[in-house]
Design a protein. Structure first.
Length: 298
């Protein structure tokens, strides 16, 4: 039995996704059980409840779990692939929205950095921001560069590829049974979107929680693309999402709002933690682009 909080339109999308996988007989997704009235979810006053069969995790398969998840995710994306026709006006409008958002965020950070530099003495948090600001700026530029490539290709072809995304694929949201079968769980943030979204989420989450090197990550990408090869537009959007520094900017915005001396040490720790994460992601994405994507666009 799962208790969850669903935003306004998320429950219908979640149930639609689960019914879709059942109808298409995609068995790598743990299904839902209906209640006696045929309902797959029951909404209470403060939460929503749904029931799923229990799949016992077999820890013997823990070592290769990331590879199995990406193979399963690739299959799921392949079975739900759709090519959406999109007018140039729509793609341009969407691109301008993303660009304005990134420019606004970067402008706010630049103003904050200027504000800090005018001081005679810096707090530990302010010193961390000034130290890492050139790298944060570089992340914005690289993310926008890859997004512009996606934008140009989408304008030219006037279509975008979408799949049924999991929303937050990670090792916590998958189980492997005693037979070695991999099942994805927790589709509460599912939606139709680019496969790049799921991939970027998975790699950021895995790099944050594990000591993986680039060789591991390249192998994961190869395993995924054996099931669902990425086109050049998908690859560009993947790199753009991967380098978008929103999880690095979040603690900065929080600190600006709270300005709590008691929490200063914690905010410094969060910034340093995410800088290390994004430096690993930047190294991975740069090598992936230069040695693989740039040489062999598809």
């Amino acid at each position: 039995m799962k208790q969850s909080q669903f935003p306004a339109d998320s429950l219908d999308r979640f149930l639609q996704t689960m019914r879709y996988f059942e109808r298409e007989q995609i068995y790598s997704v743990v299904p839902l059980y209906p209640n006696r009235y045929g309902e797959f979810a029951v909404q209470g006053s403060k939460a929503t409840y749904y029931l799923m069969p229990w799949v016992l995790e077999d820890t013997r398969h823990a070592a290769g779990k990331e590879e199995r998840i990406l193979e399963t995710l690739g299959l799921m994306h392949r079975f739900s692939e759709r090519m959406e026709e999109s007018a140039d006006e729509y793609v341009t409008s969407f691109g301008e929205q993303v660009q304005r958002k990134k420019e606004r965020e970067l402008l706010e950070l630049e103003r904050y950095a200027d504000e800090i530099e005018r001081k005679h003495y810096f707090s530990p948090f302010e010193l961390a921001i000034l130290t890492h600001f050139p790298f944060i700026h570089q992340l914005y530029q690289e993310s926008q560069k890859h997004f512009n490539t996606w934008l140009e290709i989408s304008r030219e072809k006037q279509q975008v590829r979408t799949v049924r995304c999991h929303g937050c694929p990670s090792v916590e949201h998958a189980v492997i049974d005693s037979q070695g079968n991999t099942y994805l769980i927790n589709f509460e943030k599912t939606r139709d979107d680019s496969p790049a979204w799921d991939l970027a989420y998975f790699f950021r989450d895995s790099f944050e929680k594990g000591l993986w090197d680039n060789i591991d990550a390249y192998r994961w990408m190869t395993i995924y693309e054996k099931q669902f090869p990425l086109a050049e537009a998908d690859r560009s959007l993947f790199l753009s999402h991967l380098l978008s520094p929103y999880s690095l900017v979040s603690p900065i915005k929080e600190y600006q709002t709270k300005r709590s001396r008691a929490l200063e040490k914690e905010y410094v720790r969060l910034v340093e933690l995410h800088v290390r994460l994004y430096k690993r992601l930047y190294g991975f994405s740069s090598h992936l682009y230069e040695q693989h994507y740039k040489q062999s666009p598809s």
